[in-house]
Design a protein around this ligand. Sequence first.
Ligand SMILES: NC(=O)c1ccc[n+]([C@@H]2O[C@H](COP(=O)([O-])OP(=O)(O)OC[C@H]3O[C@@H](n4cnc5c(N)ncnc54)[C@H](OP(=O)(O)O)[C@@H]3O)[C@@H](O)[C@H]2O)c1
Length: 333
Amino acid sequence: MNTEPNEVHNKPKLVTVFGGSGFVGRAVVAALTKRGYRVRVAVRRPEVSYYMLPLGTVGQIQQIQANIRHRWSIDRALIGADYAINLVGIMNESGKQRFNTVQVLGAKNIADACKQANVPLTHMSALAADSASHSAYSRTKAEGEKAVRAILPDTIIMRPSAIFGADDTFFNRFANMARFSPFMPLIGGGNTMFQPVFIDDVAEAIALSVDGKLKSGETYELAGPESRSLKEWMIRTLEVIDRKRAFISVPWWLAKLASSIAGILPKPALTRDQVDLLQKDYVLSPAAIQSGLTLEAMGIAPQAPDAIMTSYLWRYRVAGQYSTLYRLELKDE
Ligand SMILES: NC(=O)c1ccc[n+]([C@@H]2O[C@H](COP(=O)([O-])OP(=O)(O)OC[C@H]3O[C@@H](n4cnc5c(N)ncnc54)[C@H](OP(=O)(O)O)[C@@H]3O)[C@@H](O)[C@H]2O)c1
């Protein structure tokens, strides 16, 4: 076990992970349990994440109901905790889950509660964080960072680019689109640059922050080794899933109009806010590289999508995992 024993109870440290049942949360919980930490997963619906319990040994993971919009539930989730991680974020607003209530007020609630309980915090933001953006997601990520810094200046903030892995909403979205649509829409020409980062690298970075191996009070940018345009990542996805699709360029004005109309639907495929998000590139800033606030500086060699995306995108191929065999058979005939 790598962790320092808790001085008073002689038990491994307890880490409360807000949003621990999500895409990033599951990887973070796995990275923490592997290191020997006890983990408390704090989410609104703990009952839907019981399947996570085998990620640790018996009793190593516990679940607690918490809604970061309600301060009292955060206080309860932090009782006895040695460290806290906030992974809660939303891509779409629905019901009481608004960008402002979750990503600003929720983030502030957690920082306030951590300060009161004297618990250090790692806060998950995004490379998209930008107070001047048209996107409410970006603006509230920036405001959340600012609020957290003002309350707990030592907080470690993580800003990832798009994150990829088996359950991602990046490559899976393109691959799924290719299954149902004869063409791939390129919003704004598909020129937005992305530097996707592997989920396990993100989880490792967050675990290092809990280990005390990162600089407190800093903002780290997490990105993979390759930067390509949205169109290039779509082409790569199509190659992996062995499908050919035509590309159609959708001008910004049309994408904004269509997404504003689609936004009325309960589960829109694309929202106006997501179109606004595409107007900025998601690559490492020169400042982060110069200041050594990157995965490489943490000693993590970020993994490229090419080697990994095939392992989970095969399910979008016409004959699934048998696609290659199928082609070989056809050649033999
Ligand atoms: N995925 C990416 O590519 C990406 C890229 C950049 C940044 N990020 C950031 O990384 C973080 C994690 O993203 P993700 O992809 O893992 O999101 P996700 O899969 O949607 O997971 C969100 C988690 O937050 C919990 N949650 C939602 N609202 C809550 C609330 N009010 N109170 C308590 N828990 C709540 C959810 O569980 P319940 O629904 O049960 O509460 C779930 O565990 C977010 O801050 C996101 O903005 C993600």
